[in-house]
Design a protein around this ligand. Structure first.
Ligand code: UDX
Length: 437
């Protein structure tokens, strides 16, 4: 199959590279000439494990090319994927679809007579219909089908998620779209991955409902963690105990400082907007968003309480700034709420993150970025483990103890076993588990 991928952001680049790995011929198109030049030179603008090798291998084989010229990229394509951004619109929280519609217009103009336009961007229900309307208006003589094929990639494990998904969802309205998507995903169906064909609107809702449901699980376990602390229970045990029930499932029951990232915060808000527009109440999703927003601020208050009720004049070392490990992405990271709250309360903040400091520095003025975890903790009154990077899972705690006097160690990701911490004379606190004192 010949595929054009419009947008070389996270989703577009990963999907394009993975399709080329399947053996398809893929042209990735982006307006941003600097990004395309970097990609042509093999320089990957995002941090995603394994992506550089995947791009290099397929580019070398001639199956993966990059261009700023949409018309040339689309001209021979069997399928054109739209993978442009759908940010939250300023002011009202609706997904901003202007990039999607602009891409649809240009694609329809440049497309061959027979072609399938596939939405991969996360878009509200009804977008496929609107893309189809645009295609008919721009190119009435062409046989253009429109499909919806949402992605479920997690940053940090995006390639694995693409190559071994739990399912692929394809929303189609005709056989042309169905046949092309079947051919594109044949390498996965051969491996028994369920390829689910649905109506387009159903596919669009699946994406939002999946993300909202996962966000519900996280906010739920975060509230249960608060309860566990008050009643002397251990939230890890509770998560395990409920997660073994297959109806509940073990995943996404890890408590922490609240979810962040490019999807959950944005998609839950967009889903609420769609519901509002259709006079439907999604009270569970609304509560999930509220719990998550309040949680980030509450984490700062708890750090302050752990420091004796005030951080005025104190130094706090932060381990991890990104919203999750294995990414340099700072979008909606809890650190962006927690750190300014600590600074407002009079603390000096030092930090270390293995990949995120470059992106974080302009967003977190006044934070001293350090060369490693130990430097961030040195001389600090409190250390806060905010993102569970692997290198923070086995810190030399004896060294940590030596570098900071009377250290409060607040582990917001429950990385360390509580009972082992007593050996280090560290005032260890975590989330939803018994503390040492
Ligand atoms: C998510 C979805 O998982 C993916 O299917 C969708 O396509 C995009 O959004 P991503 O944002 O990359 O992926 O990260 P994910 O691993 O899902 O984590 C999102 C946030 O939830 C992170 O801030 C993470 O720390 C938090 N989280 C996740 C928890 O606090 N507890 C958990 O148990 C799981």
């Amino acid at each position: 199959m010949r595929i054009a991928m419009i947008g070389t952001g996270y989703v577009g680049l990963v999907s394009g590279a993975c399709f080329s790995e399947f053996g398809h011929s893929v042209t990735c198109v982006d307006l941003n000439a600097a990004v395309i030049e970097r990609l042509k030179a093999g320089d990957i603008p995002i941090f995603e494990p394994g992506l550089d090798d995947l791009v290099a291998r397929n580019a070398k084989a001639g199956r993966l090319t990059f261009t700023t010229d949409l018309t040339a990229g689309v001209r021979d394509a069997d399928a054109v994927f739209i993978a442009v951004g759908t940010p939250s619109r300023r002011g009202d929280g609706h997904a901003d679809l202007s990039y999607v519609y602009a891409a649809a217009r240009q694609i329809a103009e440049a497309a061959p007579d027979t072609c399938v336009i596939v939405n991969k961007s996360t878009v509200p229900v009804g977008t496929a219909n609107e893309v189809e309307r645009i295609a008919r208006e721009v190119a009435p003589g062409k046989a253009i089908s429109v499909a919806s094929n949402p992605e479920f990639l997690r940053e940090g494990s995006a390639i694995e998620d693409f190559m071994r998904p739990d399912r692929v969802v394809c929303g189609v309205a005709d056989d042309q779209a169905r046949d092309v998507l079947k051919a594109i995903y044949r390498p996965l169906s051969l491996r028994e991955v369920p390829i689910l064909f649905t109506e387009r609107a159903t596919a669009e809702v699946i994406k939002y409902a999946a993300n909202a449901f996962l966000a519900v699980k996280i906010s739920f376990i975060n509230e249960i963690a608060d309860l566990c602390e008050k009643v002397g229970a251990d939230v890890q045990g509770v998560a395990k105990g409920i997660g073994l029930d297959k109806r509940i499932g073990a995943k996404f029951l890890h408590p922490g400082p609240g979810y962040g990232g490019s999807c959950f915060p944005k998609d839950t808000l967009a889903l609420l907007k769609t519901a509002e527009d259709n006079a439907v109440q999604l009270q569970i999703v609304a509560a999930t968003v509220k719990v998550n927003d309040e949680r980030k601020r509450a984490m700062a208050d708890r750090i302050i309480a752990a420091c004796g009720g005030s951080v005025e004049g104190k130094t706090i070392g932060i381990l991890g700034l990104t919203f999750k490990p294995n990414t340099d992405d700072m979008r909606d990271a809890p650190s962006l709420v927690i750190i300014p709250a600590l600074q407002d309360a009079g603390a000096t903040v030092k930090a270390f993150d293995p990949e995120g400091m470059k992106a974080a520095a302009p967003l977190l003025p006044g934070v001293e970025m350090c060369e490693d975890a130990y430097a961030a903790i040195k001389g600090a009154d409190a250390a806060v483990l905010l993102t569970e990077w692997n290198e923070f899972r086995a810190l030399d705690l004896g060294r940590v103890r030596k570098q900071a006097r009377s250290l409060v160690f607040f582990d917001l990701r429950n990385v360390y076993p509580v009972d082992e911490m007593s050996a280090y004379e560290i005032n260890y606190m975590s989330v939803g588990r018994l503390s040492l004192n």
